[in-house]
Design a protein around this ligand. Structure first.
Ligand code: NAP
Ligand code: COA
Length: 265
């Protein structure tokens, strides 16, 4: 299996600290493996302590320096405390990965105001909270990056998940604004948009459990779901010196799904 670890130089991320939300599972966990494998220190923030503890133990077993704090990204004070703890523990923050998200399929006419608010709070407000709290630390770094995990369904609109689509579109807008506002501080701000990634909660909940796996695979130009490593590799590229002139971009790693969708309708 191809991996960014075979592409990038060993130790490329030595002395860099990554603060990642939702890094205990799925795509976030894969990002921890790759950036940690390249030498970065990893600090994971999310709600479930068992998941976090297991992830940190596994990273540790692979020689990665890692720590965690339980955080609900909907609470700014919790976010600020975790960012502060990470900076104190590891001496700063170089890379912020906004990966935490919540989602579920629901026709918009049936979506409750709190259902809408819950997803906007986790995805969009949580991303803003992390960016704001991390900013004073990132601007001290010589390799500062913010990378948010979004989806092209934010741009197109997301029928049955309008809440998540709107939140992801908002994150891209925030990404573009911060790319300009924080460029003088040397902070590069980008997003990575995965297609459907096999074995993740997102795909399981939205496509497998709803019997749409085959249909959704047929809507990917490459005719397969992606791997967590495919997304972690895109993130590693943006964090590497190869990404030094990239800011305000959406790096789409979706097997060509966005255009297959467009031509299918
Ligand atoms: P996942 O494993 O469920 O990851 C989401 C993470 O977010 C979990 O580890 C969860 O950890 C954390 N989280 C949820 N609510 C939180 C909250 N209120 N505060 C703090 N952490 C919270 O799902 P995934 O599929 O890997 O998704 C990762 C990212 O990729 C998301 O941004 C998603 O929108 C994006 N994405 C995924 C796909 C896909 O095919 N899977 C496609 C496009 C985009 P706790 O339970 O510990 O809180
Ligand atoms: N359909 C319709 N509404 C739903 C729903 C569904 N499948 N799941 C939750 N909701 C609504 C709830 O009814 C509630 O609204 P209400 O108070 O008006 O009844 C609101 O959303 C909040 O639900 P709750 O279960 O209290 O939220 P939570 O904070 O415990 O969990 C979720 C947040 C709902 C996003 C949960 O799915 C989660 O934690 N997800 C994280 C993992 C994930 O989604 N990964 C995939 C990323 S792509």
């Amino acid at each position: 299996m191809s991996s960014a670890l075979e592409v990038f130089k060993t130790g490329l991320m030595d002395d860099r600290t990554v603060f990642i939300t939702g890094g205990g599972s799925g795509i976030g966990r894969g990002i921890c493996d790759i950036l940690g494998g390249l030498g970065a220190r990893i600090f994971i923030a999310s709600r479930n302590p068992e998941k976090l503890r297991t992830a940190v133990q596994e990273l540790d077993a692979n020689g990665v320096t890692a720590d965690f704090m339980t955080v609900d990204v909907r609470d700014y004070q919790q976010v600020e405390a975790a960012i502060g703890q990470c900076a104190k523990r590891f001496g700063g923050i170089d890379i912020l990965i906004n990966n935490a998200a919540g989602n579920f399929n629901c026709p918009t006419a049936e979506l409750s105001p709190n259902g809408w608010k819950t997803v906007i709070d986790i995805d969009l407000n949580g991303t803003f909270f992390c960016c704001k709290a991390a900013y004073p630390h990132l601007k001290e770094s010589e390799h500062a990056r913010i990378i948010s995990i979004t989806t092209t369904l934010g741009r197109s609109g997301w029928p049955q998940a309008a809440h998540a689509g709107a939140a992801k579109a908002g994150i891209q807008s925030l990404t573009n604004a911060l790319a300009v506002e924080w460029a003088p501080d040397g902070i590069l701000v980008n997003s990575v948009s995965p297609g459907p990634i096999a074995g993740t909660v997102g795909v399981d909940k939205l496509y497998v459990k709803t019997g749409q796996e085959e249909l959704m695979t047929s809507r990917v130009a490459l005719r397969r779901f992606g791997r967590v490593e495919d997304i972690a590799g895109a993130v590693a590229f943006l964090c590497s010196p190869a990404g030094d002139y990239v800011t305000g971009a959406e790096l789409v790693a979706d097997g060509g799904r966005q255009w297959t969708f467009a031509s299918a309708s």
